[in-house]
Design a protein around this ligand. Structure first.
Ligand SMILES: NC(=O)C1=CN([C@@H]2O[C@H](COP(=O)(O)OP(=O)(O)OC[C@H]3O[C@@H](n4cnc5c(N)ncnc54)[C@H](O)[C@@H]3O)[C@@H](O)[C@H]2O)C=CC1
Ligand SMILES: O=C([O-])CC(=O)C(=O)O
Length: 325
């Protein structure tokens, strides 16, 4: 008896490539397959490492009850025809470093990864994760020539999840009852928005005093560094992987979720030719629209300051690339 399915009877499974099989990349691969969203190709420059991780994840399938395929590779040819490519390749920061300190180390890695990936997956949607996030997203967009609907960065979902967590801890509330919104760059100048952060629809400005809110805002801004200092060897990866997975899911299931996403701005919020986090609708065609929230003068000034810092780092990266040819 022939028990195996022929390729014509096997249904098409979406394919997600994760470039960089480190802590964020491998945890993301696990999330994607265990949520039964797609097959995953894990790619890394280290020989054997993505292959080993893929085999380990494959061996968990019978226990975790899914039948998604995980492939480990060092070769971009194996990523061909991906529906989504997530770029997590590059160095994480060490205690005492800012994300911007990673600019020189990671720019070349991300640009090369984006160029090599798009050669094999020209129709994929690209999500950049490597830090400094907003600059890396800008450089990857430039390197691929993709429209802003098809290439974006993940940061706002994570920063908002942290704000949500700190609000939940303060109010002893259930995190899923809380909707938090953080805009701006993925750095110290990010812009948490208490007015747009609610507990079952009630703005937190009605539930917490100003000093408490400021404390939670500051902890959110410092959320990544707090974990870097505690771990002493690498940065956060569980919540980052969950946050990327939310975006992957919204694309694959065409959920059109409204999420804070690092996107290339074309005049929205009076910002142009820069990447920063704003609320976007995300579905199977990528970014469907950018939502322009009504902001106070103070909020808009904070968003502009955040984008100006990103612009400065983009200029720095472009000068370095020009010098290196
Ligand atoms: N946007 C965000 O919210 C977040 C961003 N990050 C960033 O994500 C990046 C990855 O973080 P981790 O996974 O913790 O680091 P990690 O060090 O565990 O993994 C990075 C992986 O990239 C691989 N790599 C390096 N150069 C490569 C290349 N040219 N091609 C393919 N793979 C390559 C390394 O071999 C390593 O396996 C860091 O830059 C980190 O700062 C991390 C958490 C959240
Ligand atoms: O803090 C870091 O370097 C990693 C990251 O972006 C985060 O966890 O928010």
């Amino acid at each position: 008896m022939n028990y195996s399915l022929s390729s014509s009877t096997r249904c098409h499974s979406p394919r997600v490539t994760v470039v960089g099989a480190g802590k964020v990349g491998s945890t993301l691969a696990q999330r994607i397959v265990e949520k039964n969203l797609a097959d995953v190709v894990l790619l890394d420059i280290v020989n054997g490492m993505p292959q080993g991780l893929a085999l380990d994840l494959m061996e968990a399938r019978g226990i975790e009850l899914h039948n998604r395929k995980i492939t480990g590779s060092n070769n971009y040819a194996d990523t061909s025809g991906s529906d989504i490519v997530v770029i997590t390749a590059g160095f994480p920061r060490k205690p005492g470093m800012s994300r911007d300190d990673l600019l020189l180390m990671n720019a070349k890695i991300v640009v090369e990864a984006a160029k090599r990936a798009i050669a094999h997956s020209p129709n994929a949607i690209y999500i950049v994760v490597t830090n400094p996030l907003d600059v890396m997203t800008y450089l990857a967009k430039e390197a691929t020539g993709l429209g802003r609907d098809l290439i974006m960065g993940m940061a706002g979902v994570l920063d908002s999840a942290r704000f949500q967590t700190f609000i939940a801890m303060e109010l002893e509330a259930c995190p899923s009852d809380i909707n938090a919104m953080v805009l701006g760059s993925h750095g110290n100048l990010m812009v948490p928005l208490p007015r747009y952060s609610t507990v079952n629809g009630i703005p937190i400005t009605e539930l917490l005093d100003a000093a408490t809110i400021e404390r939670l805002v500051e902890r959110t801004r410092n959320g990544g560094a707090e974990i870097v200092e505690l771990m002493q060897n690498g940065s956060a990866f569980y919540a980052p992987a969950s946050s990327i997975c939310v975006m992957v899911e919204s694309i694959l299931l065409n959920q059109s979720r409204l999420l804070p996403i690092a996107t290339y701005l074309q005049g929205e919020y009076d910002l142009k030719d820069v990447v920063t986090g704003v609320p976007c609708r995300l579905g199977s065609s990528g970014i469907e629209s950018v939502l322009e929230l009504s902001l106070t003068d103070e909020e808009i000034a904070a968003l502009h300051a955040s984008a100006a810092a990103v612009r400065q780092s983009i200029n720095q990266a472009q000068q370095i690339f020009a010098l290196c040819g």
